[in-house]
Each structure stands twice: as structure tokens, then as C-alpha cells.
Design a binder for this molecule. Sequence first.
Ligand code: URA
Length: 238
Amino acid sequence: MIRLDKYLCEVNIGTRSEVKELIRKGRVQVNGVVCQSPDLKIRETDRVCLDQKELVFSEYHYLMFHKPAGVLTAARDKKQPTVMDYFKEYPGRDLNPAGRLDKDTTGLLLITNDGQLSHMLLSPRHHVPKTYETDLAKPITEDMVKSLEEGVDISETEPEPVTAPAKVEVVSPVKILLTITEGRFHQVKRMLLAVGNEVVGLKRLSMGSLTLDPSLPEGEYRKLTEEEIRELLVYKKG
Ligand code: URA
């Protein structure tokens, strides 16, 4: 059982204060009867409607987080701040980051309890594109762009296959947008090192259909819109 106002928040109707306002205005019905008590306990079998439209409770949560620098992509760490520290108060359970960004990388991180979606987005077999705004130590050359686009050898101690072809958009001599379809350890940094350059700043702008909301400040999150969720769930179908 869950309180009516919490239920409405969890089905993405609005914030706690917004849903309380909807309840107060008499726009919410439970089993066909207008309900103006935000603390009414809702059972799984109850039919909850907003303006006569039935709401569907989803067990899944999808959140867009703008990761700041200096934070580990981990569930918890004894000494250092982690991305999940930002979700301590969030009502959804079993939330996890879909993939990893390095401690100094900023940008888009999907936080979800939909493990199957995370798997589809991250599995190298599915080639989901991820775009990084990449600041460089040295001006990019045509040869570097060509190599990145064709694939580079980033192996260190163990042999590894060359990287899959990437897309490069040159924004300025020292800034590129690099789109890769794999997610190997420190991949972007290693790709730039392999072509004789160096990453001095890295920010993920998109992952598949999901793009970092430019109005979302670093260190904050928001729920995905219904359209963003619908577009992402296409990946779950494979
Ligand atoms: N590639 C990297 O090198 N670091 C990241 O955080 C993400 C991709």
C-alpha cells in the first residue's frame, strides 16, 4: 500500500506539491470516486484516474542525472562521494547508474532500476551510440580525425581489437564531438592518446535517443518525460 500523493508522483504526474494541488482540486478519482485526501492508502487493485483517465503504475524509474566532476559512478564508497549519494531520498528502490563515467567526466547518466534496458544500452553487441564533448590538449589534425573514424589500437598490457569506427565532429581546433558505439574502459581518453592527443575535459551529451537536457544543472536530476521513456524502450525490443 502506498499513499495517494506518493503514488501520483511515482507515475510521473508531478512533484509532491503539484500532485497535492491536483488532489485538492478534485481532479483525482479512486475507484470512480473523487478523492481529496493525499494520504489515502492505495492498493494494487485500486483504479486511480486523473481527469477520468486511468493511470498505469510502473515498477520502473528512469532518471536523467547531470553528473558533476569529482564523483564516482558507484553505488557507495566509504571515502569518496558517489552518484548514488544524490538519490538517497528518492523513493524508488534498486536504482543503479546505466554504465560508468570516470570520476572527472561530467554529463549524462541514466539512473534506473530497469536492468534489462541498462543491459541493452551498454552491451557492445547493440552498438548504441554515445556522444562525448571532448576537450583536447592539442589541436586536432585531419589524420587524427581519420584514424578515430576508422578505428584505433587502444591496447595497453593485453591485446585488444581496434575500436569500432567512430564519428567525429570538429567544433574547434581543441574541441570535438566524438560518437562511439562501444563502452570500453576509459575508451575516449585512450582513443585520443592512441592518435597522439590527450583529453583534458570530457562530458557525455547523449546515449542512444537520450540527450542531456541543457537546462539541467550539474548535480541535479529529473524524471524522463514519457516521450524520452518511449524512445528509450525501443532499445529493449532489441
Ligand atoms: N570514455 C572515457 O575515457 N571516460 C569516460 O568517462 C567515458 C568514456
